[in-house]
Design a protein around this ligand. Sequence first.
Ligand SMILES: [Zn+2]
Ligand SMILES: [Zn+2]
Length: 407
Amino acid sequence: MANRDYYDVLGISKTDTDEDIRKAFRKKAMEYHPDRNKNSDAEAKFKEINEAYQVLSDPNKRAQYNRFGAAGVGSNGGDRPFEGFDVFGGFGDIFDSFFGDATGRRTREAQRGSDIQQNVVLTFEESVFGAEREVEINRLEKCQKCSGQGNEPGTPINTCATCRGNGQVRRAQRSVFGQFTQVTACAACQGRGSTIVTPCQTCRGGGLERRQRKISVRIPAGVEAGMQVRLSGEGEAGQDGGSTGNLYVYVDVRAHEFFQRDDSDLIYEMPITYAEAVLGTEKEVPTLDSNEPIRILKIPQGTQHGAEFRIKDKGIPHIHSNRRGDLRVVVDLQVPRKLNEEQRQALEAFAQTLSSGIGVKDAGGSGSQSDDSNPGSDGQNQNGQPGSGHSKDDDKGLFNRIKDVLG
Ligand SMILES: [Zn+2]
Ligand SMILES: [Zn+2]
């Protein structure tokens, strides 16, 4: 019945207003109420009408239903059917009682167990490669001694004499709609339908007991701070046949000494000296992979501050696939705060070559040989000191001296 179109059930169209829906529902509910309509399918019809009304009278649910159908509103055939009695105004009480009856349910409802939250703190490496953790929780479980029945083992559970096991008692009641049957929870058994002669000593008849548990949690590779892992059915036990809650494990991640995370990429800020940036060098880059803890990275001459080098597939695994991000190496140019006398002189000599316009085009690079073979053709010496005899090789020697003194 859950599959029938809700608009058809109420005999209305998609464009009808809330007021139209309300009127249609009242009319249909009157017509099919099982206490008034003795046809064998009346009760089923009545439930169907209610289900349709629950959805279409709620603007959010109605919008969901229009877009996605019954699945969009989590329709489950009237599991939580009767809310929103306000439409009946002063008749609320009467309808309350006959709706309760129409469902044919017991008044005592199964209660789902609570969810439990726990936190774990992972190292950065654990978040990248995954981890196995034990969390300790204290939760309500079904009493082991009585298997949740509530009676001391070996003692009887009797059918309630008052309600004969129904869990509810009926009472005829007159109203403006005629005579209705009012149904309430049986007071003698609190709606259980049965009575326990001798309550279980462990749970005092409640059927539940608290237990300390260690639960093992597998945390997937690539997890990020703020994510949670759900362990279905590891929460607290439900009551009166209700399902068990879930355990949610929230993940926090410690910062790493020198790696940072950007989505699935690792970021490594690599300090290099001025001389290394100018002349080029080879640097050791740490990775998180134990089979390759160090990667040698070639830094070309003339590398600028903030330049980025990408090492493929050395980043963080995507949480739902085997793919990995990259390791991005970002150049952090270190400018020395203090110089000794030798360093200062070397830099001053270098600065003079800059102000004299010598050697600025290509700092000792691979192109220097062709420059040398065509002296005067590249214009480098035109503004230079006459007769100083500066050449590329001299510049290169100066850079190397700077490199030597600056490290
Ligand atoms: Zn027990
Ligand atoms: Zn009873």
